[in-house]
Write a protein that binds this ligand. Structure first.
Ligand code: PMV
Length: 349
């Protein structure tokens, strides 16, 4: 038996991926860009093992056995084994530990846990698939770019393979070989940058991102216009802003792009609504705070769910936290037990 354990963090997109041009290969209609949180924060931890004793491939997610029949898991496992077979034929990967021939003829067991709510719009699938693909690649001794494999599990997963700011270039080819993730800057580039996650709800979202994107691509003209005309420009502008550590430009584009994602969801027919009243209150609060400061000090962004991610600089964390706690004060529950209106996580990148 041979086993590998890895962790992979969540990433928070500032230019959002929404819509596929190829459902099977998960090829997007636009490029996207995100920051990967630092390790050990919101992350997935995955152990993969191969053994001659295992009778079939199996997987446990947060302690519960899940079916591996989902085509995304099948695609990932097939691609990993295909690449391993290629290495074996080339006479590579037999150096130490379990031989590739054994690993390829044995079944795999996967055990993964998230330290945050699954499928509540907190990019759980990104961390999960990134971690799974990275662990399998180590186990099967695969080298080279694996973001193409992670992408076939969950599009945004390809961005969690790198730290810092990472772009996922949409690519042009039909086979997806150029639709890969690339690190723009490392995690040390902008050390003052922080993310606050405001957990508005830890419930599962009513419509998953994949199903949502499918309807949006078919029905939203705004989404098509965005992909063709707006995202290419924004990608260039935000990349320059990140390179120059220009928070004003970075923050404005981040909020505009989040708003355009949710506008495209509303433009979808029938409409998709991920934001709730609390999400909208947070948006108003951020604009009020920035107006009061006379410049942009904090930016919000929302994925496919109501939870807010705030990007800000370290010097602003205390002020923003005070504002959030003031506007969403602790509420009393069961006599002396108190919970916050919002659960807040402060995270470095
Ligand atoms: O990778 P998926 O299928 O979970 O889609 C992620 C979509 C968003 O989180 C809304 C945007 C993004 O770029 O992460």
């Amino acid at each position: 038996m041979d086993a590998v354990t890895c962790t992979a963090p969540v990433n928070i997109a500032v230019i959002k991926y929404w819509g596929k041009r190829d459902e099977a290969l998960i090829l997007p209609i636009n490029s996207s860009l995100s920051a990967t949180l630092s390790q050990e924060q919101l992350c997935a931890k995955t152990t993969v093992a191969v053994s001659g004793q295992f009778t079939r491939d199996r997987m446990w997610l947060n302690g519960k056995e899940e079916s591996l029949e989902n085509p995304r898991y099948q695609n990932v496992l097939r691609e990993i084994r295909r690449r391993a077979r290629k290495r074996k034929i080339a006479g590579e990967g037999e150096e130490k530990g379990t031989s590739l021939s054994d690993a390829l003829s044995w079944h795999v067991h996967i055990c993964s846990v998230n330290n945050f709510p699954t499928a509540a719009g907190l990019a759980s699938s990104a961390a999960g698939f990134s971690c799974l693909v990275y662990s399998l690649a180590k186990l099967f001794k695969i080298e080279g770019d694996i973001s193409e494999i992670a992408r076939q599990g969950s599009g945004s997963a390809c961005r969690s393979l790198y730290g810092g700011f990472v772009s996922w270039n949409m690519g042009e080819k039909d086979d997806g070989t150029d639709s890969v993730a690339e690190q723009l800057v490392t995690e040390n580039h902008w050390p003052e940058l922080r993310i606050l996650i405001l957990v508005v709800s830890d419930q599962k979202k009513h419509i998953g991102s994949s199903a949502g994107m499918g309807v949006s691509v078919k029905t939203s003209e705004l989404l098509r216009y965005r992909a063709e005309h707006i995202v290419p420009r924004r990608m260039k502008e935000i990349e320059t802003a990140i390179q120059n550590k220009d928070f004003q430009t970075f923050a404005k584009i981040t909020m505009q792009d989040s708003n355009q994602l949710h506008a495209s969801c509303l433009d979808t027919y029938p409409p998709i609504i991920y934001l709730n009243d609390t999400s909208k209150q947070i948006m108003h609060l951020v604009h009020k705070y920035n107006d009061f400061c006379g410049q942009i000090k904090v930016a919000y962004t929302f994925d496919a769910g109501p939870n807010a991610c705030l990007y800000l600089l370290e010097e602003e964390v205390a002020g923003v936290l005070a504002m959030v706690n003031h506007c969403f004060p602790p509420i009393e529950q069961n006599g002396d037990q108190h919970i916050r209106g919002l659960q807040v996580e402060e995270l470095p990148i």
